[in-house]
Design a protein around this ligand. Sequence first.
Ligand code: SF4
Length: 196
Amino acid sequence: GDGVTADMIDEMARKHWPLCMRNLHDTLRKERHLKHYGRLQYGLFLKVIGLSIEEAIVFWRKAFGNITDDKFSKEYKYNIRHSYGLEGRRHNYPAKSCQMILTTNQPGVSESHGCPYRHFSPDNLEAALLSTYGSQGFTRNDLPEIMSDVKSSHYHVACTRVFEITHGIKKGEGIGGGESVTHPNQYTARSRELEK
Ligand code: SF4
């Protein structure tokens, strides 16, 4: 990893997470819980960001503040260690790509994983974009273009355009050299690079 600690995550989320991960992060903070596929999608993303296994355990233990240590150890710790390849088959699972997130394990009504561009209703997506990115220069005027991409099922195009708007980048530049968003970790890596 590159020295990311649990207490850095809130600020990094505000600056650098794509909407799927902001949704998971904000839901975790609001509800002090995430369902299985949400923990999996967010946990693997955080691993690739550079959160060590020790820091991941600190992060999730604090996030689920309302449960006992015993329950945490029994029900969650094993799965966190498993996703770091430290239990079971010891497979070091990669973080999910946009393609995987868009096409597998479709979220049910009370679940927060998935891609908001695809899985939110139009009203909820508009509200989420304004509240999430309003402080990063995203305005109501940007909505029609995004919603039109979404309507034609070009979710990664919508996500890429939001990246451009919130990073003050010219349309068509994408996440660099005209490239589109294909992975949440790629979105975040590029966002962090631009900050340097
Ligand atoms: Fe996340 Fe990819 Fe959807 Fe963007 S397009 S919100 S990075 S799943």
